[in-house]
Write a protein that binds this ligand. Structure first.
Ligand code: EPU
Length: 418
């Protein structure tokens, strides 16, 4: 339940990145022994990945912002539907298990309701490395007696496909190059983690990666990088509520285009040693946004920017290039009175001074967070249903909002996981 009208003010701490920690946890499978991760967020998706690793025979111990993963000499090689359907990132175990076990069976994923999200580039990449892959009874089944390095060109800089290929290639025989690779900070974090385990990876952070396979990797200790999407969510929240929020631990250098958009909307953004601060005095101005792979504007902040434009002065065009089904969010925003029309990849948003509170439903993590933010600038009360989606990616979201001065209440606690 969100009551609109509050101005957010104060400091908020950014947690470790969801889309990094999940991949690091899966990558731990590449080495026998205990890998230790710090700066681990307390989110539902980490609990799901922990359970998945346990079912593969690992011991997973969660501490205060830490997770220790002990991998046996021979892990299991089957990830079942029960867990994979809850979280698409489960597919990240594909590459490591193929490399370690020579065979893998992973249920085709579910996860967010934000589009078809194929696996064709993952599969094509593994086939280039010598694997055979088929779909059988809802499972992707792949095997390879010995993976062999090869050149791989991606049609699109897919984050997931780049990860799968890198995670298989680190233990392949010979050199793999990945052209048109994704460059997201999460992927850089993963590559740096793999290098600390003994992998040989060149071109980290560029669109061409060169991976020289090694015979074995060793466990390591690694701090998860701060979550740029969580940091960006707080930045938009400050701008939206004409607030003043310091995002402690936020990496402005990972959010350059997003923060520049907020500056165009009228915010003042400053950085210091601990993070960045967003201050907004007036009604935001409308700003056009086009989502693109990193370093472009992140699709995961698109619903928040749509919300900002819904109450901005003027008309904006928001273009979604990654996930067509993200427009499901528009129907929910319209329930709050937003004036948005979509056509293909584009949405035209005509700003109104304020939205109007109503019951709405979250269909994915980011839509859920954006609907809560929309409630902050809606007159009256907004009820966000299916808010458990937000728990998948935001630690203590409601508590942080309350600390910043919002009038938000959680009606029921998080649902039991198993
Ligand atoms: N795609 C294919 N075939 C493939 C791979 C991808 O068609 O083999 C398409 C997808 O259908 C999608 C587009 O390419 O339309 C982008 O997919 P990508 O592989 O880049 O994304 P992802 O790995 O599935 C990750 C994040 C998403 C984030 C995107 C883009 C994780 C767990 N998820 O997804 O995060 O939106 O990259 O940056 O890392 C979120 O956190 O809420 C979230 C959805």
């Amino acid at each position: 339940m969100v009551s609109g009208g509050a101005r957010l003010e104060g400091e908020v701490q950014v947690t470790g990145a969801k889309n990094s920690v999940l991949k690091l946890m899966a990558a731990a499978l590449l080495a026998e022994g205990t890998t230790m991760l710090t700066n681990v967020p307390d989110i539902l998706d980490v609990a799901i990945m922990s359970e998945l690793l346990r079912r593969l025979g690992c011991e997973v111990v969660r501490g205060d912002a830490t997770v220790d993963i002990t991998v046996p000499a021979v892990p299991g090689h089957e990830a079942d539907y029960d867990l994979v359907r809850r979280m698409r990132a489960s597919i990240t175990v594909l590459g490591p298990l193929l490399a370690r076990c020579g065979e893998v069976k992973v249920a085709l994923p579910g996860g967010d309701a934000i589009g078809s999200r194929g696996l064709d580039m993952h599969v094509a990449g593994l086939e280039k490395l010598g694997a055979t892959a088929t779909v059988e009874h809802g499972y992707l089944v792949a095997s390879a007696r010995q993976l062999t390095g090869a050149p791989v060109w991606l049609d699109f800089p897919s984050v997931g496909a780049t990860e799968t290929i890198v995670l298989a290639a680190v233990l392949a025989d010979g050199t793999t190059t990945v052209d048109n690779a994704a460059r997201e900070p999460d992927l850089v974090d993963l590559c740096e983690f793999l290098v600390a385990m003994g992998a040989k990876i060149g071109g980290i952070g560029t669109s061409t990666l060169e991976i020289q396979g090694v015979a074995a990797l060793s466990p390591t200790t690694h701090a998860v990088l701060p979550d740029r999407i969580v940091a960006g969510t707080w930045a938009v929240a400050a701008c939206l509520t004409r607030g003043d929020v310091t995002v402690v631990g936020g990496r402005a250098d990972h959010l350059e285009i997003a923060l520049d958009k907020l500056t165009s909307a009228g915010a003042t953004v400053s950085t210091d040693g601990v993070g960045f601060r967003v201050v907004m005095a007036d009604r935001p101005r409308a700003v056009d946004v086009v989502t693109l792979p990193y370093p472009g504007f992140p699709t995961d902040l698109q619903p928040m920017m749509l919300t900002l434009n819904a109450v901005a002065d003027g008309t904006a065009m928001v273009t979604e290039n990654d996930f067509e089904a993200r427009w499901m969010f528009v129907n929910e925003l319209a329930r709050l009175g937003a004036d948005v029309r979509t056509d293909g990849h584009h949405a035209v948003v005509r700003g109104k001074p304020m939205l109007s509170g109503a019951p709405v439903t979250a269909h994915d993590i980011r839509a859920g967070a954006a609907l809560v933010l929309a409630g902050l600038v809606a007159e009256g009360v907004t009820e966000v249903h299916e808010v458990h989606h937000v728990d998948r990616g935001y630690e203590g979201f409601v508590d942080s909002l309350v600390t910043l001065g919002a009038d938000v209440r959680r009606e029921a606690g998080p649902e039991p996981l198993f």
